[in-house]
Design a protein. Structure first.
Length: 207
């Protein structure tokens, strides 16, 4: 797995060569939303939300890699199939895939393995579907499904590598930030884990 260092609040240190600094924001929701559901976007008749039960590892990698590459998702790319399979095939982990006219458009992953709180482990849209107002609707559906499944609380996290609208979206749908952590991670592009030219909004680490 990648090296990861956690910096204490108020502390700063030089970022080692080959590494990146990232701010992770942890959010929580203590009760189901009492607001109206997010309206279905235009073309809703073409939309279908289905659980991959369970997803094959290769299909899961397609979703994770395609959705996450622009935002430098790398943790599960580093896993072997033997490490990843027990996670994504666990019946307590729900992978819900949004299809638009039969084509995968995005997914939301609800992790119920912790009895204290369900977690929106991953959420995002495939690049071709960003900007079509599908994301807020999909996330709202994921939140409601998590609560309908008996969650005691709900958590999610995002980071400064993610889409700039990710944190405001989580907050607009009822999540509240509970802590911020600065971490230093190895740049996966320098290691060949991700293509060198991806996530252009994040400058390559000095090598």
């Amino acid at each position: 797995m990648a090296e990861r260092f956690e910096l204490k609040p108020g502390k700063s240190a030089p970022v080692p060569r080959g590494h990146l600094s990232v701010i992770v924001t942890y959010l929580s929701m203590a009760a189901p939303p009492d607001r109206p559901p997010v309206p279905a976007p235009a073309g809703a008749a073409r939309l279908e939300l289905r659980r991959a039960d369970p997803p094959g590892v290769s299909f899961y990698r397609y979703l994770y890699n395609t959705v996450g590459e622009p935002w430098l998702w790398h943790e599960r790319r580093r896993m072997t199939d033997a490490e990843l399979a027990p996670i994504v095939t666990d019946p307590r982990v729900e992978v819900w895939v949004l299809y638009d006219g039969g084509t995968p458009a995005g997914y939301v992953e609800i992790d119920r393995r912790d009895p204290a709180a369900a977690d929106i482990a991953y959420f995002g849209m495939l690049p071709d579907f960003i900007g079509r107002k599908l994301g807020p609707w999909l996330l709202d559906r994921g939140i409601r499904m998590a609560w309908d499944g008996g969650a005691a609380a709900l958590t999610v996290n995002t980071c400064s590598f993610d889409h700039p609208r990710a944190l405001p979206l989580y907050q607009s749908l009822g999540f509240v930030p509970v802590r911020h952590v600065t971490r230093v991670v190895t740049d996966p592009r320098l290691q060949g884990v991700l293509p060198r030219g991806c996530a252009a909004h994040i400058p390559l680490a000095a090598s």
